[in-house]
Design a protein around this ligand. Structure first.
Ligand code: PMP
Length: 303
C-alpha cells in the first residue's frame, strides 16, 4: 500500500497522520478486531467522485453487525460517512485518483475476548491509487494455505485479523516468483485471491465462485456481473474446480485495488491464447468507464 496522504480522519475529525494512533492494549491492536473497506475516488480537476460509496458503507455496517461491533451503527449513518469522506479528500486535495481506506476499530482494552457494547473509533486515510497487481497479465499460483471458511471467520465480513490468511498466501506466491495466490476451500474448490475475486470465461460464458464459496462479496465482482449481464454475456455463479482454470479461455480478477486484471498463467499453465482475452478486455473497459462516470446505475457519488 502506498503511503497515506498527510491528513487522516480519526474519531470525529481530521488530524495529521502521526496523531492518529490506537492504543497498544486495544482489541484492534491485540486481535485485529477492526473491520474496513477500500473504495476509489476519481479526481478530475476540481471534481471528485467516489465509486459505489453506498455499497461500501453498507458492507462496513454489515461487517460490524456480523462481528458484533454494535456501537458503530448507533453513531454513524451514510450522510455522516459521505461528509467525512468529502472533508478528508478535500483536506488532502489530491491531484490524481486515490483510494480511501475506512476502518472501524474496537479501541477499548477489554479483559478477555469480547466485543458487544465496546467503544469503536473510525479511521480513514487516502493514498495513491496504485494497483496491487500487474495490469497487463498476472501469473498466479495455487496456495497451500486454504481460505478461512465462513464457519470460522465470516468471509463477507471484512475483518482486519482475517487478513493474516491473505498475507501468508501472497508472501509465499511472491517468494515463488508469482504475482498472487489462488485460495482453495477445504474441498479444493476455487475461492479468490489474497485481495481480489476471480472469474473465468469458457465457451463465451462468464463463471465465478458464488458468494457461498468462502469469498468476500466483492463490490467490483458485483459490478462485473451487472455489466456482463447488460452486455448479454451469460453468467454463472457456482462452485469452480481448480482444473477449470487450467482449461479456461480467459481468467481475470477484480477488486478495488486490483482493478480488472487479466491472468495469463495459472500454476505454470498458459491461460487461453496467453494474451488478455476479448471478454476480459471489453469488461475491463466498461469497468474503467463506470469508475469515472455512471448515470445508469447511480454508482457514482459526488464528493
Ligand atoms: N476478496 C478479498 C479477500 C479482498 O480483500 C478484496 C478487496 N477488498 C476483494 C475480494 C475485492 O473486493 P472489492 O471488489 O470490494 O474491492
Amino acid at each position: 500500500m502506498a503511503k497515506p496522504h498527510p491528513h487522516v480522519y480519526f474519531g470525529d475529525r481530521i488530524v495529521d497522520a502521526a496523531q492518529a494512533t490506537l492504543g497498544v492494549a486495544t482489541s484492534a491492536t491485540l486481535y485485529g478486531l477492526s473491520v474496513y473497506t477500500v473504495f476509489p475516488v476519481h479526481v478530475d480537476g476540481a471534481g471528485r467522485t467516489a465509486f459505489r460509496l453506498a455499497d461500501h458503507y453498507r458492507r462496513l455496517v454489515e461487517s460490524c453487525r456480523i462481528i458484533g461491533m454494535d456501537t458503530f451503527a448507533g453513531e454513524w449513518d451514510f450522510g455522516r460517512f459521505v461528509a467525512a469522506v468529502t472533508e478528508l479528500v478535500a483536506a488532502n486535495d489530491p491531484a490524481e485518483d486515490v483510494f480511501v481506506r475506512a476502518s472501524v476499530h474496537v479501541d477499548e482494552s477489554i479483559p478477555g475476548t469480547r466485543v458487544r457494547g465496546c467503544h469503536t473509533t473510525v479511521s480513514m486515510f487516502v493514498y495513491d491509487a496504485v494497483p496491487i497487481v500487474p495490469q497487463d497479465g498476472m501469473r498466479l499460483k495455487t496456495s497451500q494455505w486454504r481460505r478461512i471458511p465462513d464457519s470460522a471467520i465470516p468471509s463477507r465480513a471484512k475483518v482486519n485479523g482475517a487478513y493474516v490468511n491473505s498475507v501468508l498466501a501472497k508472501q509465499d506466491a511472491i517468494d515463488a516468483g508469482y504475482d498472487d495466490a489462488i485460495f482453495l476451500d477445504g474441498n479444493g474448490h476455487v475461492c479468490e485471491l489474497s485481495a481480489a475475486n476471480i472469474f473465468l470465461v469458457r465457451g463465451g460464458t462468464l463463471i465465478t465462485p458464488d458468494v457461498s464459496c468462502d469469498i468476500l462479496d466483492g463490490i467490483n465482482r458485483r459490478t462485473l456481473l451487472t455489466l456482463a449481464g447488460e452486455d448479454g454475456i451469460p453468467v454463472l455463479e457456482r462452485t469452480v474446480d481448480l482444473t477449470e482454470l487450467y482449461i479456461a479461455d480467459e481468467v481475470f480478477v477484480t477488486g478495488t485495488s486490483a482493478g480488472v486484471a487479466p491472468v495469463l498463467e495459472v500454476d505454470g499453465r498458459v491461460v487461453g491464447s496467453g494474451r488478455p482475452g476479448p471478454i476480459s478486455e471489453a469488461l475491463r473497459k466498461r469497468h474503467t468507464a463506470a469508475l469515472r462516470s455512471d448515470t445508469l446505475h447511480g454508482w457514482v457519488t459526488e464528493l
